[in-house]
Write a protein that binds this ligand. Structure first.
Ligand code: BG6
Length: 492
């Protein structure tokens, strides 16, 4: 059913994320009549805008970024009638007082029954003053099951802190004001259909899970390659870098879903418990290991991007090798890479099975060419799952060639795959935390990446390789695998 009536209070409503992802998601939910019947969005903006300007700006963004084009006018009328805004300062208590009064009026007008969802789509540096303002004014409060009051939820965008220390501080300030159930730490990868499908694939089928372990799997590769560069986000990106931007959150979450043990149920806390165990079991990289197991790169031309330092050492590419120290995964390397300005956009996980124990096909040539099976979970684009295996080429002789069994979402379901933010926004309104990062796992993930980032920053973690835009990344990344007699999937 439809979520509870509520107001979404949006901070950062004129920013890049709101324009590219949040409003398009709200628009799509409105189009499918999935928003609460009694609903409003109040944008809290630091710059002076009037409501008409703001609506026009949102509409312009939707024309570019909404999933269904051309824009459906009736849906736009519906969404636009629910958009509202007010201007204020993040560090000014009087602004929160005005926000409070404003929300009361909007609540009455739209019949939202006092429920409020605060969405922080602002830079991480603003979180402390926002939290203080919202709790100081009584807008945010801890829910107590004994006392019936309208609900309060807080959605917080990444990056969640800069390192382990700042993430812990942020978690502490959140916990001082809210119960964990009220906190939604967004990681939009968890909202992707294909990422959610990892658990369904593993646990709704009987034939894969028995092979999902060190006895049968040789190694696992996770790739998130992007074609785009930093695209107008230079200032943000230069302070962030690829490990904070992609690895600490998105890729470790995907890795956890692939590597976790079966949860006792599909309930939020059961899944989150199992994922957390994976984060705890990630083998820490210490001292010279960073140089050995991590390759960092920066694309040529990055330093000329707007907002980027002329002598910036921020990596836009990383490739690394890690292990998960558990019974299931002992000795199985997980190779992870992510980068911008590469030859193509592709995010996928590939599970590489072991070779056959003994080759029967007499010519040594055939035996050498036998390829191990690879199961590929294609997260994007061309969402799907493929299994490669060897097959006899028709004819008298035994000639063998690789073939694939391929499942493609578009062909099987004949409907577009929803955007991650659509699902995640609905889940916030429904109070379902399953697809959000929990306090402990965010900290575990930071605990693992922080020493790596520190070592790279201090120059002890090895060279920063330059790579050509449109290439497959630095050669050193290929060497990381070839040393082990392996190869990355090709980025053709
Ligand atoms: C965001 C990062 O979280 O994820 C961006 O900040 C990156 O730098 C984006 O481009 C990738 O998301 P997607 O959904 O396009 O794979």
């Amino acid at each position: 059913g439809r979520p509870d009536p509520c107001i979404m209070v949006l901070f950062g409503a004129t920013g890049d994320l709101a324009q590219r992802k949040l409003f398009p998601a709200l628009f799509e939910l409105a189009r499918q009549r999935l928003l609460p019947q009694h609903f409003a969005v109040v944008a809290f903006s630091r710059s002076e805008h009037n409501l008409e300007q703001f609506r026009a700006q949102v509409k312009e963004g939707l024309k570019k970024f909404a999933r269904t084009q051309p824009l459906d006018e009736a849906t736009w009328e519906l969404l636009s009638s629910k958009l509202d805004m007010m201007t204020g300062a993040y560090d000014d208590p009087a602004s929160y007082q005005r926000l409070r009064e404003h929300l009361e009026r909007i609540g009455e007008r739209f019949g939202t029954q006092g429920n409020q969802l605060y969405y922080l789509a602002t830079p991480a540096s603003t979180f402390p003053s926002l939290l203080e303002g919202l709790s100081g004014s009584g807008l945010l409060y801890r829910e107590n099951p004994e006392v019936k009051r309208p609900w309060r939820r807080l959605v917080i965008e990444k990056p969640f802190g800069r390192d382990l220390t700042t993430a812990k501080e942020l978690n502490r300030s959140l916990a001082a004001v809210l119960d964990e159930k009220q906190i939604f730490r967004i990681d939009h990868y968890l909202g992707k259909e294909t990422v959610q499908n990892i658990l369904v694939f593993r646990f709704a089928n009987a034939i894969f899970e028995p092979l999902w372990n060190r006895q049968h799997i040789d190694h696992v590769e996770i790739t998130a390659a992007e074609k785009i560069g930093v695209e107008g986000r230079g200032r943000f990106y230069d302070e962030t870098g690829v490990i904070r931007d992609m690895v600490q959150n998105h890729l470790l979450q995907v890795l956890a879903l692939c590597a976790m043990e079966p949860p006792v149920s599909f309930a939020a806390e059961d899944i989150r418990d199992e994922k957390n165990k994976v984060f705890r079991a990630l083998r820490p990289m210490v001292g010279s290991e960073v140089e050995k197991y991590v390759v960092q790169g920066q694309y040529r031309g990055y330093r000329e991007e707007q907002g980027v330092g002329k002598d910036s050492r921020t990596p836009t590419y990383v490739a690394l090798k890690t292990y998960i120290d558990t019974w299931r995964w002992q000795g199985v390397p997980f190779y992870v890479r992510a980068g911008k300005s590469l030859s193509k956009r592709v995010t996928e996980v590939s599970i590489h099975y072991k070779s056959v124990p003994h080759c029967l096909f007499n010519t040594s040539d055939t035996c050498q060419r036998l390829q191990p099976n690879v199961l590929t979970l294609r997260i994007q684009p061309r969402e799907g799952i493929a299994l490669s295996f060897e097959s006899k080429v028709p004819g008298e002789d035994i000639n063998i060639a690789g073939v694939t069994m391929d499942f493609d979402y578009a062909n099987s379901f004949h409907k577009p795959v929803p955007e991650a933010y659509e699902r995640l926004m609905l889940d916030c309104m429904r109070g379902n935390t399953t697809l959000f990062a929990r306090q402990d796992s965010v900290e575990q993930a930071w605990a693992w990446v922080t020493p790596i980032i520190d070592s790279l920053d201090s120059g002890k973690g090895g060279a920063l390789h330059t790579y050509e835009p449109g290439s497959a990344g630095p050669d050193a990344a290929a060497a990381l695998l070839s040393r082990d007699g392996r190869r990355w999937m090709e980025l053709k």
